[in-house]
Design a protein around this ligand. Structure first.
Ligand SMILES: Cc1ncc(COP(=O)(O)O)c(C=O)c1O
Length: 374
């Protein structure tokens, strides 16, 4: 936590996941019924926790330069609050949302700055994820400016936490260590097939979890209560609101402390990947950002994923289709859905820490044949 407190200069609250922190922040600063502007491209659970908080998701137009909200095309008068995504570590235009309640999802952006200022210092609240840059398997940190807010949020967190379990902690730490070892030892291919055989991979419809619209409509009647939404919000992190014991907390601290040491290697990977003709344009805006993933835009993305996997590189963090196509009955549609569909279909996020392994394959991929506007 020290690294995050030092980077943001904020009061920090430790959490079992980022998603719980986003829910707490939205409940603390917004009131049910308010309209929240959000990107169409983010993790499934983010949409569900917004619905759980009783808010109306207003889907923003997307910038195909970076996969974030296109701030130049939003109608801020029509919304009460904004949730940024900072996708793969590329910054949203946070200063453009001044005057609104702003919650920053900095899950992907632990190490990113915008004009010299760390992301996570712009909004009323910002929420980090310890399973991303630190690779700690799970964990989150909510950062706020005011000690009084921290106190209220601590109480709200404690009311939602489920009991800790030494077994769940051990499982979470052991699977995270195994994942790190598979990456380091270049054993991703056998590890993936083992995980599939053991049924450890979450069932999905394409890249998204099943929506179950009728059940979701029933759960909505109980918003802003979180537990009725557990089966959606938990997605691939079933103990997303379970208290963590000493083992998991020790592991998280150790992994977070390692983030600054990895910075140079991450940056070197970003710079090498940025030389590809397929790199998303905004990556080139500032090559001093240690991104979580480097987004490439490739013609046949799904074939590219298969080819990378055959070479021992797995791809994650794909958010396709955009929320307004995925859950049309539960969202207010973007005024221009085409760029988000294009981004969702073509984006290939690549881990800069293992750029040397993926680059020989990535060089073969071509950019999309059509542009984002048709
Ligand atoms: C953009 C984004 N935000 C939030 C989360 C949720 O983070 P956590 O797993 O710590 O709840 C994820 C997880 O993949 C994510 O990709």
């Amino acid at each position: 936590m020290n690294h995050i407190a030092a980077r943001t200069g904020r009061h920090c609250l430790s959490l079992p996941s980022n998603r719980l922190g986003l829910y707490l922040a939205l409940r603390h600063w917004c009131v049910p019924g308010q309209r929240l502007l959000m990107s169409p491209i983010s993790a499934d659970e983010i949409l569900f926790l917004v619905l759980a908080a009783g808010l109306r998701p207003v889907i923003a137009p997307l910038s195909p330069r970076d996969g974030n909200i296109d701030a130049s095309r939003v109608d801020l008068d029509a919304v009460d609050a904004v949730l940024t995504t900072n996708l793969y570590g590329l910054p949203d235009a946070a200063p453009a949302f001044a005057g609104k309640i702003l919650v920053e999802d900095v899950a992907h952006a632990m190490e990113s700055d915008l004009d010299g200022r760390p992301l996570g210092t712009f909004g009323h609240a910002s929420v980090f994820s310890l399973s991303k840059h630190p690779g700690a398997g799970s964990g989150g940190v909510l950062a706020v400016e005011d000690a009084a807010d921290l106190l209220a949020l601590t109480r709200a967190r404690d009311a939602l936490l489920t009991p800790s379990s030494a077994r769940a902690d051990l499982w979470s730490v052991a699977t995270s260590m195994a994942r790190q070892a598979a990456l380091t030892l270049n054993l991703v291919r056998p590890a993936l097939s083992l995980a599939r055989r053991l049924g450890l991979e979450e069932e999905r419809e394409g890249y998204r979890v099943a929506l179950r619209p009728q059940e979701l409509a029933t759960a909505l009647k109980q918003a802003p209560s979180l537990p009725p939404f557990d089966s959606w919000v938990r997605a691939d992190l079933h103990d997303y609101r379970a208290r963590r014991g000493p083992l998991a907390r020790w592991y998280q601290r150790r992994r977070v402390a390692g983030v600054p040491r990895e910075r140079a290697r991450r940056l070197a990977g970003v710079r090498r990947l940025a030389e590809l003709p397929t790199v998303a344009p905004a990556v080139l805006d500032d090559l001093s950002r240690p991104l979580f993933r480097v987004p490439l835009l490739v013609h046949d993305r799904d074939a590219a994923i298969g080819e990378l996997e055959r070479h021992g590189v797995s791809t994650g963090y794909l958010y396709d289709p955009p929320y307004d196509d995925y859950a049309p009955a539960f969202t207010e549609r973007s005024p221009d859905p085409a760029p988000a569909r294009w981004w969702a279909r073509h984006v290939l996020p690549v881990d800069p820490m293992y750029a040397a392994r993926s680059l020989p394959v990535l060089r073969r991929f071509e950019p999309p044949r059509r542009g984002p506007y048709g």
